[in-house]
Design a protein around this ligand. Structure first.
Ligand SMILES: O=C(O)CCC(=O)C(=O)O
Length: 484
């Protein structure tokens, strides 16, 4: 059965695009786009590509040969993904070279595809590439550079913990369209971007509005390979799906929006760099997905509820094992980010106070206000969906003195070009924060607390503000004329 293709993906020269346009049209609009012109100075583009445009595959065993990587056997399905094998980069490259000699694509040997290599984590000094500006507002990887998402290090969860340590990957797909990635939507309903250092990929996308067409009658399983002969009895909606198709060439970067299903085929030997991330624009969707996964995890073990001492605890442990985080992890994550955004605003207030026009540096302040607003909305959603009680304790004063948290703040400041180093974490500012938060009571334990904390911090930041206040207008969507 052939697919219905409804169109392709817009291609834009990244050098001619402003961040604000990208944020409005693609991040907030949740639309895919193919960006050119953003990989000119990458070391990867020099070292990993031969002069004939083919992968410089020999470079890898020479420099990174001992690294252990996950390799997908593209011909073997395991649950909803391909079977994974662990091997060294040298072994993978041997297989690749052997394959191109013997032409595995034709003689039917398995096609291996190196995926999810945590390259930046393993080789931070090498700086293979520079994350383009459009993708730098990345709360997920910034957080994981400083904290574990999930702290429960049971023996059976260690491997999960390692694989969730970061979402910055290298992919290397050997020749032939048989190296591919099955249909999926990304983890956490994150955004992703994928850059072809060399090679060519074909992407097929389905917008989230049509996602239910991919499910079976019981709404449990989705299609694995959209090019299979899909049974209409099993997947009654599939035929109606209208796909977007896109060919991604070398040096092009594709932006994959939140919740869009996609299937990917390497049309040539391809090396790509791939990040997953989320930020204020898609935070509440991450929560929606987590809630959906929780309900599924709960339903799955409903029949043991009566014989289980801590049924809710078990559901949350399963949720973390399946998705990489549970409610507690998510809550701690958004609470730390809300405090970090407040710290940035205090910092800016200190910096700008001398000119007595603090709220006029509005572009950056608006970013932090938007971040707080999206965290506040997400906390409100959690509360309205009945998530009550203690989800973890954030002690504000202790957090402010934690070196990991200060690194998080420095990283967040850097994203928005609030350039300051940790030494500049001035005593006066810290004192002001400490004094304000000590009065507040210093602990945040539930979505409700978090909303109260954000409101309190904003009221403190807005005191003495006799001009129109972008913080208030962004946070509470108040029109300037409504402010007194
Ligand atoms: O390049 C691939 O094979 C898959 C990449 C992908 O699925 C993604 O970026 O989300």
């Amino acid at each position: 059965m052939s697919l219905k293709i409804g169109g392709t993906i817009e291609k834009v020269n990244g050098k001619e695009l402003f961040y604000s346009e990208f944020a409005e049209k693609y991040l907030a609009g949740n639309q895919p786009v193919l960006l050119t012109g953003l990989m000119d100075d990458w070391i990867a583009s020099k070292h990993w590509v031969s002069s004939n445009g083919q992968p410089n595959i020999i470079f890898f065993p020479t420099h990174f040969g001992k690294s252990k990587v996950q390799v997908a056997d593209c011909d073997t399905r395991e649950f909803t993904d391909q079977k994974r094998i662990e091997m060294s980069v040298s072994e993978f490259v041997n297989h690749w070279l052997q394959g191109s000699k013997e032409n595995h694509d034709v003689n039917g040997k398995s096609v291996l595809y190196l995926k999810d290599w945590h390259f930046v984590k393993e080789y931070p000094e090498y700086q293979a590439y520079i994350t383009p500006l459009f993708f730098t507002d990345d709360w997920l990887n910034l957080y994981l550079d400083n904290y574990h998402m999930h702290d429960d290090l049971d023996a059976d969860r260690v491997s999960n913990d390692i694989s969730c340590s970061d979402y910055r990957f290298v992919y290397m797909g050997a020749k032939g369209s048989r190296s591919w990635t099955p249909l999926h939507a990304d983890v956490f309903r994150s955004y992703s971007w994928s850059a072809n250092v060399c090679g060519k990929k074909k992407w097929l996308f389905l917008p989230p509005q049509q996602f239910n067409l991919l499910f079976d009658r019981n709404m449990k399983n989705t299609v694995y390979n959209i090019f299979d002969d899909i049974s209409e009895t099993e997947f009654p909606g599939f035929k109606k799906a209208i796909w977007l198709e896109c060919i991604q060439e070398q040096n092009e970067i594709i932006f994959v929006p939140s919740g869009w299903y996609h299937q990917v085929h390497n049309l040539e030997d391809t090396i790509s760099i791939n990040h997953n991330w989320f930020n204020g624009y898609n935070l509440s969707w991450v929560w929606d997905l987590l809630l959906r996964d929780y309900k599924e995890a709960k339903e799955y073990i409903e029949d043991i509820k009566d014989i289980c001492d801590d049924f809710e605890g078990l559901c949350q442990r399963n949720l973390a094992a399946n998705t990489g985080m549970n409610f507690n992890d998510f809550f701690i994550f958004i609470s730390r980010f809300s405090l970090a955004n407040v710290v940035e605003l205090y910092y800016l207030r200190g910096e700008l106070n001398s000119e007595n026009s603090i709220w006029h540096c509005s572009a950056i302040i608006e970013h932090f206000a938007l971040n707080l607003s999206s965290i506040r909305k997400t906390a409100l959603k959690m509360k309205s969906e009945g998530v009550k009680g203690n989800l973890g304790i954030i002690n504000l004063l202790e957090t402010l003195s934690d070196p990991k948290f200060l690194k998080l703040c420095t990283g967040l400041g850097r994203i928005y070009s609030v350039i300051r180093e940790e030494e500049n974490w001035s005593c006066t500012m810290k004192k002001a924060l400490m004094a304000d938060f000590a009065k507040y009571g210093s602990q945040v334990c539930s979505p409700e607390d978090l909303i109260t904390f954000i409101d309190y911090a904003v009221s403190k930041l807005s005191s003495n503000c006799d001009e129109q206040n972008p913080l208030l207008s962004v946070l509470y969507e108040i029109q300037p004329h409504e402010q007194n």
